[in-house]
Design a protein around this ligand. Structure first.
Ligand code: CAA
Length: 697
C-alpha cells in the first residue's frame, strides 16, 4: 500500500484514511493507495464496509494538477472510481473541507455520502480549461437533474453542504470529527441492512435542449470553450450506456487537455499562488497592522477603508473637512450595504464596522496610533509630499507609510520623510473593496519587513499581491500605457476605438481599452498625458491629442455620461459617441495621415505585441520579478482573459520568434515605438520561453 493511505479496522469496517497534505490531491500514489486499500478490504475477513475519509484540510481537492500534461499513470481515476463503485462491500465517503473535481467524483462513486456542515463541494474543472473527467458529467446529473448539474459544472462554483444535501449530492450532514462521524454512519447503515447504491445505475433525468444549452453556455463564456463542452459530455449519457458515456466524457476531457486554454488556465492557477512566494521575504515577520489609517475618502480611499473593515481591521479615515468626512463615511456605508446585500456580512456586522471600527477625522493627530497609513489623495507629487511630511510628523516610530499612487515615484515620496525604510507603495485597483489585485511597490530603501507587511495586508484583505519595483506606472499601468499608446497609433492610422474594443473583447478581454478608459475616467489619462508632455516628449514619439478635446469639453466617460461612448441608457447599453470620429478625423488631417483599414486580427496582434514587448522590458529591468508576476497583474487588474494565461504565457504559446518578427516589421513604420525589448530578443535567440524564467525562480 502507498504511504498516502492508512488502512485501519473498526469492527467490520475498513477505514481508508487519505494522508496527502496539504489538500489530499489525487496523485498517482493516492490513486494506487486507494486501489490497494479496496483490494485489501475486500480480502480482509469480516470486512463488510469501507469508509473513505481525508486527514487534514480536505476530503480531496481533486486530481493532482501538477500531473497534468504528463503521461497519465495507472490506475486512472475513472477506473479507480468504477472499481470503488463496483465493490461488493458497502462504500461510504465522509466529507469535510473541500471535495472538488476528482474528489467529488470519488465521493459520487461511493454508495453513501456523509458531510460535516462546513463541507463544500464543486466541480471546478472549467477553471482549469477542462470538464470533469472521472464520471462527474455522467453521475452528477443522475442525482441532481441536468440543470443543477450543469450549473455546478459550467460555473465551477463551490456549494455548501446544506445545498449539496438539497440536491441529493450528500445523504446526511452531521457535525463532528469526519472519521468518527463516518464510522458511526457506516455502522448504522450496516445495522439497517442498507444495500449498495451505485449512482451510475440510477435512471437518467429528463433531457434538455442540448444545442440550445451548448450555444447559450458558449455565448456566456467569452471565448472559453470548456463550459460548453460540459453540455456535450452530459448529453453523451443519453446517447448510449454508462460505460460509453464515460468514454465520451474522457475523450472530451483528453482533447481539452491538449488545448492552449487548458495550459493558460493551469499557468494562471499556479502563478496566482506563486506571486507571494518571494525568497527575500522568507521568514521575515510583518509589522502590526491592526489599526489602518486611510487618507482621502474619495472612491479609492473609501474602497480601501471598506476592504480593511470587511477584513476585521480598525480604520481611521482622514478627510480635510467635516463635510468631506461625512461624504467619505457615506461612500463606505454604501459599499458596506452592497456587501450586506450580497450576503457577505450581517446588518449587525455592518453597523459595528461603521460605528465602532471606523473613525472619521479631520486631524492628522488621530493617526498617531496607526500601525499602517495608506495615502489615497489627489495624484500630484506636491500634494503627496505634503501628506508624507505630515505623516512623518505624527506617526509613531515603526508605522508603515504607504502611498496608493498609480504612477508617481515612491523613492521621491519616501525621500521627503525622515524614515524612507518605512515607506512603500500599495497600489489598489478601483473599486478597491472588489478588485483582487494589489501591487506592492518596493522602493529602493523599503525595509524587508515593510514589504512583508504589504503582502500580509494583501492577504488579510483577500487580495492577490504582486511585488513591483519603482518606475512610471509600476507593472500594470506602465504596460497599459504602452498598449494604449499602440491603440492610439492604430486610431491615427485608420482604426476606430469601437472596432478596437470589439476586436479585443472578441479576443477575450472583459472590456476593450476605450470602454475601460470611460469606466476609469478619461481625466486620469488626460492628467498623465499633460504631465508627460510637461516633462517633454521625445520628438520621435507620435502624439495623439484627440481625446484631450473630449476631456476639455467635460466628457470624462461613464461618470459624466459621455466619453468614447454615450451612456444615456446606462453603463451596459453603451453606444458610440458620434462626436469621437470627427475629432479623430480632424487629427488625422492635421497630421497629414491617410487612413487605412485594419483587420480585427491585425488589431489584436499589434496590441498584444506592444503589451508583450513592454512586459518583457518590465521583467528585463527587474520591475517585475518574473514573467508570471506580469501575467497575474494583467489577469487580476486589467481583465486579461484567464484562459489565455496572461500576456507572457500567451506569447510563449504564440511563439516568441514570430512575435519578434512582427515587432521588427512594425518597427519599419515606427522605429521609435517598436524597439524590441532586449529580453524578448535574448529569449528568441536562445530558443527559450518566458516560462523558462518562471521555473528559474
Ligand atoms: N493539485 C495539486 N496541488 C494542489 C491542488 C490540486 N488539485 N489543489 C491545491 N493544490 C496546492 C496549491 O498549489 C498550493 O500549493 P503551494 O502551497 O505549494 O502553493 C496548496 O495546494 C494549497 O492550496 P491553496 O493555497 O490554494 O489553499 P487554499 O486553502 O486557499 O485553497 C483549494 C484550497 C480550495 C483546494 C484550492 O487550492 C483549489 O481550488 N484547488 C484546485 C481544486 C481543483 O481545481 N480541483 C479539480 C482538479 S481537476 C480534476 O479533478 C479533474 C478530474 O476530473 C479528474
Amino acid at each position: 500500500m502507498s504511504d498516502k493511505i492508512a488502512y485501519s479496522r473498526h469492527g467490520d469496517i475498513a477505514v481508508l484514511t487519505v494522508q496527502n497534505p496539504p489538500v489530499n490531491a489525487l496523485s498517482h500514489a493516492v490513486r494506487q493507495g486507494l486501489w490497494d486499500g479496496m483490494d485489501r478490504a475486500e480480502a480482509d475477513a469480516g470486512v463488510r464496509a469501507v469508509l473513505i475519509v481525508g486527514e487534514g484540510r480536505a476530503f480531496f481537492a481533486g486530481a493532482d494538477i501538477t500531473e497534468f500534461g504528463k503521461p497519465p499513470l495507472d490506475p486512472h481515476l475513472p477506473d479507480l472510481i468504477n472499481r470503488i463503485e463496483a465493490s461488493p462491500l458497502l462504500v461510504v465517503a465522509s466529507m469535510h473541507g473541500v471535495s472538488l473535481g476528482g474528489g467529488l467524483e470519488v465521493a459520487l462513486g461511493c454508495h453513501y455520502r456523509i458531510a460535516v456542515p462546513t463541507a463544500r463541494v464543486g466541480l471546478p474543472e472549467v477553471h482549469l480549461g477542462l470538464i470533469p473527467g472521472a464520471g462527474g458529467t455522467q453521475r452528477l446529473p443522475r442525482l441532481t437533474g441536468v440543470d443543477a448539474a450543469l450549473d455546478v459544472m459550467t460555473t465551477g462554483r463551490q456549494i455548501g453542504a446544506a445545498r449539496a444535501l438539497d440536491l441529493g449530492i450528500v445523504d446526511v450532514i452531521r457535525d463532528g470529527d469526519p472519521a468518527e462521524n463516518g464510522i458511526a454512519y457506516t455502522e448504522k447503515l450496516l445495522a439497517d441492512g442498507a444495500t449498495r447504491r451505485a449512482v451510475s445505475a440510477l435512471p437518467l433525468p429528463d433531457p434538455i435542449d442540448w444545442d440550445g444549452a451548448f450555444d447559450a453556455t458558449l455565448a456566456r463564456s467569452r471565448g472559453q470553450i470548456s463550459p460548453a463542452w460540459c453540455v456535450r459530455a452530459i448529453q453523451s449519457a443519453y446517447d448510449t450506456d454508462f460505460a460509453r458515456g464515460l468514454k465520451a466524457e474522457r475523450k472530451i476531457f483528453s482533447d481539452l487537455m491538449q488545448t492552449d486554454q487548458r495550459k493558460g488556465m493551469i499557468h494562471a492557477f499556479f502563478s496566482e499562488r506563486a506571486v507571494g512566494n518571494l525568497p527575500e521575504l522568507k521568514g521575515i515577520a510583518p509589522r502590526p497592522m491592526a489599526l489602518v489609517g486611510v487618507i482621502g475618502g474619495g472612491t479609492m480611499g473609501a474602497g480601501i477603508a471598506t476592504a480593511a473593515l470587511l477584513s476585521g481591521l480598525r480604520v481611521h479615515m482622514l478627510e480635510m473637512s467635516p463635510e468631506a468626512g461625512e461624504a467619505a463615511r457615506g461612500r463606505i456605508a454604501g459599499n458596506l450595504s452592497g456587501a450586506l446585500k450580497r450576503g457577505k456580512i450581517s446588518a449587525a456586522q455592518r453597523d459595528a464596522m461603521l460605528d465602532q471600527a471606523l473613525q472619521v477625522t479631520a486631524s492628522y493627530d488621530t493617526l498617531a496610533d496607526a500601525d499602517l497609513v495608506i495615502e489615497a489623495v489627489f495624484e500630484d507629487m506636491g500634494v503627496k509630499k505634503a501628506v508624507f511630511g505630515e505623516l512623518d510628523r505624527v506617526c509613531k516610530p515603526g508605522a508603515v507609510l504607504a502611498s496608493n499612487t498609480s504612477y508617481l515615484d515612491i523613492n521621491e515620496i519616501a525621500a521627503t520623510t525622515s524614515r524612507p525604510a518605512d515607506v512603500l507603495g500599495l497600489h489598489f485597483f478601483s473599486p478597491a473593496h472588489v478588485m483582487k489585485l494589489l501591487e506592492v511597490v518596493v522602493a529602493d530603501k523599503t525595509a524587508a519587513d515593510v514589504a512583508a507587511t504589504g503582502f500580509a495586508l494583501g492577504k488579510a484583505l483577500g487580495k492577490i499581491s504582486v511585488r513591483a519595483g519603482v518606475c512610471d506606472g509600476f507593472i500594470g499601468n506602465r504596460i497599459l500605457s504602452t498598449y494604449r499608446t499602440c491603440a492610439d497609433h492604430m486610431i491615427l492610422d485608420g482604426a476606430s476605438p469601437f472596432q478596437i474594443d470589439q476586436a479585443l473583447e472578441a479576443f477575450g478581454f472583459a472590456m476593450g481599452p476605450f470602454a475601460v478608459a470611460d469606466l476609469a475616467g478619461l481625466d486620469i489619462g488626460w492628467a498623465v498625458r499633460k504631465r508627460k508632455r510637461a516633462e517633454g516628449l521625445d520628438p520621435r514619439a507620435r502624439d495623439a491629442a484627440y481625446a484631450d478635446r473630449l476631456c476639455a469639453d467635460g466628457h470624462f466617460g461613464q461618470k459624466t455620461g459621455k466619453g468614447y461612448y454615450e451612456y444615456a441608457a446606462g453603463p451596459r447599453a453603451r453606444a458610440p459617441n458620434p462626436d469621437v470620429m470627427p475629432l479623430i478625423e480632424a487629427e488625422r488631417a492635421a497630421q497629414g495621415i491617410t487612413a487605412r483599414g485594419f483587420t480585427d486580427a491585425e488589431i489584436v496582434r499589434r496590441y498584444m505585441a506592444a503589451m508583450v514587448n513592454e512586459a518583457a522590458r518590465v521583467v528585463g529591468e527587474g520591475i517585475a520579478r518574473r514573467p508570471l508576476d506580469v501575467d497575474v497583474t494583467l489577469l487580476f487588474g486589467y481583465g486579461f482573459p484567464r484562459y489565455r494565461g496572461g500576456p507572457l504565457k500567451w506569447a510563449d504559446m504564440e511563439g516568441l520568434d514570430a512575435l519578434l518578427a512582427d515587432i521588427r516589421a512594425y518597427a519599419e513604420e515606427d522605429p521609435y515605438f517598436w524597439q524590441p525589448a532586449p529580453l524578448l530578443e535574448d529569449l528568441a535567440a536562445q530558443g527559450r520561453t518566458f516560462d523558462d524564467l518562471n521555473k528559474e525562480g
